[in-house]
Write a protein of this length. Structure first.
Length: 399
């Protein structure tokens, strides 16, 4: 039988204060204790044991307003705070562990996005090239992205190119806001970002680094449980900048098939819900070598259930239509953003109406001719546990 550890963490200042008041004034009787909150009832065994003999019986007032009660409560609070701190592992030890494991605060990273260029070529056989280093920004120029690869196509159409923000840090942008050419490629007539931007990271704080160190200490280089796998992929595979969800007993993304012991499917994606790049996937495959036991782990891309939203809204008096509609669309997209990790959360019309009517400037959602609140979606939709709901188009009509 192992020797139990001593309980050195006295963090309950109310209990300490009650014991001190009982010791000094004698005013803490059984009826009073029974009227206190549940935590004070722990003092009863002390009173029953005869430890309530006061050393200053003339102080019979144990009410919260009594001066000595106030002082003792303050003293007990300080004592509890000190006792709590005495029983902690010093932060220097955490830092030493981090250094021992080679864990360092992560540097800030720049956001990435896929830009979609519209190409209008003079002839069908014309080859159009979007060179690397082509700069695109928002209309106000506050956010500038530069293409990090060159791409080409023959003839007119659209061309998707990966771009990175020119400065580091987390970036949140709505779809279709990167529309201004700083550099104008030949035959490119328009550009936009079809998907929202939720990417990039700030410099990692010391607290976050030490939390990551603690998780690494717990699992080491052995991935045994689903929690181990999820934490390792997020911390070391996605570098703290992505989404991961583990589905045990699922073989290679077969969610509807028979559940099989020893098989696990891991859904991974960027924070904005896009598929991870080849470098990240390679890093994750190397990490999976740490899986212990007869387990088979498969990496899977996200599965989305796409839907549109169409509704009529009545604006409040004085509300600016363009600003209010833009805010409503942003609220809807934020509600269904992949970064919220709402796996398995269905598409419910009541929630959509709630988001719209919760937007400043919208008085209410107006009923359709058929009596429904929304033109689209027409019904509530349940989705599978591994799926995420994703908005495609939003059409809000002001009446």
């Amino acid at each position: 039988m192992s020797i139990p550890y001593l309980d050195l963490t006295i963090t309950n200042e109310e209990k300490i204060a009650a014991e001190a008041i009982s010791r000094i004034s004698g005013g803490l009787t059984r009826p009073i204790v029974e009227a206190q909150i549940e935590i004070l009832r722990e003092t009863l065994p002390l009173i029953d044991a005869g430890l309530d003999a006061p050393i200053c019986p003339e102080l019979t007032n144990a009410n919260p307003s009594a001066p000595h009660t106030v002082i003792l409560e303050a003293m007990s609070w300080v004592t509890a705070q000190l006792a709590y701190r005495f029983n902690q592992i010093p932060i220097q030890n955490h830092i030493a562990f981090a250094n021992l494991f080679g864990i360092e605060p992560r540097a800030a990273t720049a956001a990435t996005v896929t830009l979609r260029f519209t190409i209008v070529a003079p002839t069908g056989g014309t080859v159009v090239n979007i060179p690397a280093g082509t700069d695109i920004s928002t209309e106000d120029g506050a956010f500038v992205f530069s293409t990090i690869e060159s791409a080409s196509r023959t003839g007119s159409g659209t061309l998707d190119v990966l771009a990175r923000r020119t400065v580091s840090g987390r970036t949140l942008l709505a779809p279709n806001v990167l529309t201004k050419f700083i550099d104008l490629p030949t035959y490119a007539t328009a550009v936009t970002n079809p998907a929202a931007v939720d990417s990039g990271t700030e410099t990692e704080s010391l607290a976050s680094t030490l939390e990551r160190t603690t998780r690494f200490q717990r699992r080491g280089l052995r991935l045994v449980t689903a929690k181990d796998l999820e934490e390792a992929i997020y911390d070391e595979g996605l570098l703290g900048n992505g989404i991961v969800r583990v589905f045990p007993f699922i073989e290679n993304g077969d969610y509807t098939g028979e559940r099989k012991a020893g098989y696990t499917t891991v859904v991974v994606m960027t924070r904005s819900g896009t598929v991870i790049d080849a470098a990240t996937r390679s890093r994750l495959n190397i990490l999976l070598d740490q899986v212990i036991g007869n387990q088979f782990v498969y990496l899977a891309d996200p599965d989305f259930v796409d839907f549109d939203i169409a509704a009529k809204v009545l604006l409040s008096s004085g509300a600016i239509e363009s600003t209010t509609i833009a805010a409503a669309e942003a609220n809807l997209r934020n509600f269904y953003a992949a970064s919220r990790e709402q796996f398995g959360r269905g598409i419910y019309r009541s929630e959509i109406v709630g988001v719209l009517e919760g937007t400043a400037g919208i008085e209410r959602v107006v009923l359709q001719d058929n009596g429904a609140f929304l033109e689209d979606p027409v019904i509530d939709t349940e989705i599978a546990a591994h799926e995420l709901a994703r908005i495609v188009d939003i059409d809000l009509t002001v009446v």
